[in-house]
Ligand binder design. Structure first.
Ligand SMILES: NC(=O)c1ccc[n+]([C@@H]2O[C@H](COP(=O)([O-])OP(=O)(O)OC[C@H]3O[C@@H](n4cnc5c(N)ncnc54)[C@H](O)[C@@H]3O)[C@@H](O)[C@H]2O)c1
Length: 374
């Protein structure tokens, strides 16, 4: 089944992951049909458990490298949002072959399936592709400076660059409707702390009064963006048809050093944790390289679809801390075909997005009202 009326069929690869599951929630709230393919390698069934019985949701537990399954799902879809990837610094350092093969072969499989059925395709890339570039903030057309191939940390950036180049080549050579978006640090509920993601790691350490482990000297600066803002940006791009063949930055612009982030989280959680500074060599092995700064220039996406992030760092951290403290309150999501969601389907994109970002995706079916973490 492809689209009926204004409702579209979206295939989200990696849709049981952190960003993918929030994207699935938002697209369903907008009245669309959502198919997810995910092998649950870093994603979790808990992230989409609340959707499994939804009439407009379908889940396939499978790898994107299974071309038969991917072919069937693509044949039913209007748009593919390709998020499935080997993600996280720890995973990349520990399993470089898996990282390169998943990201490069997986994207090839997705693009080939998209071409067969002429699906609009949005590829998730990463701020990592800016590597050691020092012209801040990073703009999409900047030159890229990556470290040597002997340092496996760069394999993730290299694989994402190949993904982007391949996607843009499908657009140039075959006229496939493809764009790529480079995500900067995205944070929010459901993000795992297992693969070196800094915010969930610090918050969980602080809430347990365990040492907060800052890797490097803590002077490295990052910008964080709330997942709800990121999802809104992806949907705006998915709904804008004249932007194929381009790359877009998506990220927050408010900078913080990682040491300040640790201090802020300690204060906000009322924790008595020590802050432990651990050299990169100890955390990730000898020769590990990191970037001192990472900040996006978001003019392109602002000009193109009028997106800008709504949440500042303090509010973002407050929401995630609240979610971590009261997971039972926030874990259940029930999406129902309400009057509000059906009205949503017929309204304009701008209205729909502002409405959707006000919807509280973690609200409980028991009718407890809005939850503070949402
Ligand atoms: N979270 C961030 O800050 C961030 C930053 C830059 C880029 N990204 C990109 O955004 C995308 C989503 O990242 P996330 O943070 O939600 O991570 P995530 O690990 O939660 O999501 C990735 C999902 O892909 C699935 N997956 C991995 N390999 C697969 C395969 N072969 N077949 C099917 N599914 C597979 C995983 O099980 C997981 O559910 C990724 O492409 C990532 O590179 C994320």
């Amino acid at each position: 089944m492809k689209s009926i009326d204004s409702r579209k069929v979206f295939l989200i690869t990696g849709g049981a992951g952190f960003i993918g599951s929030h994207l699935a929630d938002a697209l369903l709230q907008l009245g669309h049909f959502v198919r997810v393919i995910d092998d649950l390698s870093t994603g979790k069934i808990e992230n989409i458990e609340h959707l499994l019985n939804h009439p407009r949701f379908h889940f396939a537990r499978e790898s994107i490298t299974n071309e038969l399954v991917l072919d069937r799902l693509a044949s039913e879809s209007d748009t593919i949002i390709h998020l499935a990837a080997a993600v996280g610094v720890k995973l990349i350092v520990e399993r470089p072959v898996h990282t390169i093969e998943t990201n490069v072969m997986g994207t090839r499989a997705v693009l080939r399936a998209a071409l067969r059925y002429r699906c609009r395709t949005l590829l998730a890339s990463s701020s990592e592709v800016y590597g050691k570039g020092n012209t801040l903030p990073f703009s999409e057309e900047d030159d890229v400076v990556l470290g040597p191939t002997s340092k496996c940390r760069w394999a993730y950036a290299q694989s994402k660059m190949i993904d982007e180049s391949l996607g843009l080549a499908y657009h140039r050579e075959f006229g496939l409707d493809v764009l790529a978006f480079r995500l900067f640090n995205t944070v929010g509920p459901r993000q795992t702390d297992q693969y070196g993601m800094v915010v969930p790691t610090f918050i969980r350490q602080a809430l347990r009064n365990r040492p907060i482990t800052v890797f490097g000297d803590g002077s490295q600066r990052r910008c964080f963006c709330y997942v709800e803002d990121v999802v809104a940006a992806i949907i705006l791009l998915a709904e804008k048809y004249e932007v194929s063949g381009k790359v877009f930055n998506i990220g927050g612009e408010e900078e913080t050093s990682i040491l300040d982030l640790a201090q802020c989280i300690r204060q906000m959680t009322g924790s008595v944790s020590d802050i432990q500074v651990i050299p990169y060599s100890q955390a990730y092995g000898e020769g590990f390289e990191d970037m001192a700064y990472r900040k996006p220039n978001t003019h392109r996406i602002r000009d193109c679809v009028g997106w800008e992030p709504k949440y500042q760092l303090g509010e973002i951290l407050g929401r995630i801390i609240d979610h971590e403290k009261y997971p039972q309150k926030n874990s259940r999501v029930v999406l129902q075909e309400t009057e509000a969601s059906s009205a949503l389907r017929s309204s304009s994109v701008a209205h729909r997005l502002s409405y959707s970002s006000r919807l509280r995706p973690w609200h409980s079916s028991a009718g407890n009202g809005p939850e503070p973490a949402a």
